[in-house]
Design a protein around this ligand. Structure first.
Ligand code: MN
Length: 251
């Protein structure tokens, strides 16, 4: 991954699809990917795409995972297919890096914008962050690769990860202030003035001090909404079906 490549546009941003394999939502998700295939847009998956993805071998992967990877691998010859892992994705970069134009376990910086999943900006997420540090490395991958009853363990983890929905973030002053503080730190660290993330499920646009901007893309899971970052750097949130209609009009 190079850190300074120019960001091509328009860029479709998809966050928190949390697609459960073998459901109606899976069909809809792949319909959306077909729609992206028919455009010249690049695409950025901001994590938590297919619900709980442990990429340590076949035992954990469903057809939906393989289908998604096949789509990414095919499409990366025609457009940029970018991905940051969410807190429901493990070892995707380690095992499937080649399916993406770029895949990161943490941050991806392009043309002055920093992209991340966003769990590291959530207040009271300390335990999850410890778990992430403990699990997301070569050792965790190795353990998951041979662990007897690994898929059963993954099932427990899935329930644990999805326990407790995320409240409407924009109305909560303290968590919002915490996220803004984290984002300001990322801006300084990575030398950017715009941070785009997912994870919080609700759309947020905040203009912070010194012209910094924090954008949160809503969860696709909730109402099928996506972000569209236009050539001039404007970010629009819209239902993916409106995006399809827009592209059809253009075509
Ligand atoms: Mn998440």
């Amino acid at each position: 991954m190079t850190m300074t490549e120019k960001l091509p546009a328009p860029l479709v941003l998809i966050a928190d699809s949390h697609v459960q394999p073998a459901t109606e939502r899976e069909d809809e998700f792949f319909q959306m990917l077909d729609c992206i295939s028919s455009t010249d847009c690049d695409v950025f998956f901001l994590g938590d795409n297919l619900d709980l993805w442990i990429a340590s071998g076949d035992r954990y992967e469903a057809d939906a995972h393989r289908r998604f990877l096949a789509w990414c691998e095919h499409e990366k010859a025609r457009r940029r297919v970018l991905m940051v892992e969410g807190n429901h994705e493990f070892y995707l970069k380690r095992h499937h890096d080649g399916c993406f134009t770029a895949c990161s376990e943490t941050f991806y910086k392009s043309d002055g914008i920093l992209f991340l999943h966003g769990d590291v900006a959530q207040k009271r997420f300390g335990f999850h962050r410890c778990f992430r540090a403990f699990a997301k490395n070569a050792f965790g991958d190795w353990v998951m690769g041979w662990l007897p009853f690994g898929p059963a363990f993954a099932g427990i983890m899935k329930r644990f990860l999805s326990s407790g929905g995320l409240p409407n973030f924009e109305k909560l002053k303290k968590p919002l202030r915490y996220a803004e503080w984290r984002v300001a730190g990322f801006c300084r660290k990575f030398g950017v003035s715009h941070v785009i993330m997912g994870h919080f499920h609700h759309p947020v646009h905040r203009e912070l001090d010194d012209g910094r901007i924090m954008d949160i893309i809503p969860a696709w899971k909730t109402a099928g909404n996506i972000g569209l970052l236009t050539v001039d750097g404007k970010l629009e949130i819209l239902p993916w079906k409106d995006f399809r209609a827009k592209m059809e009009r253009k075509g």
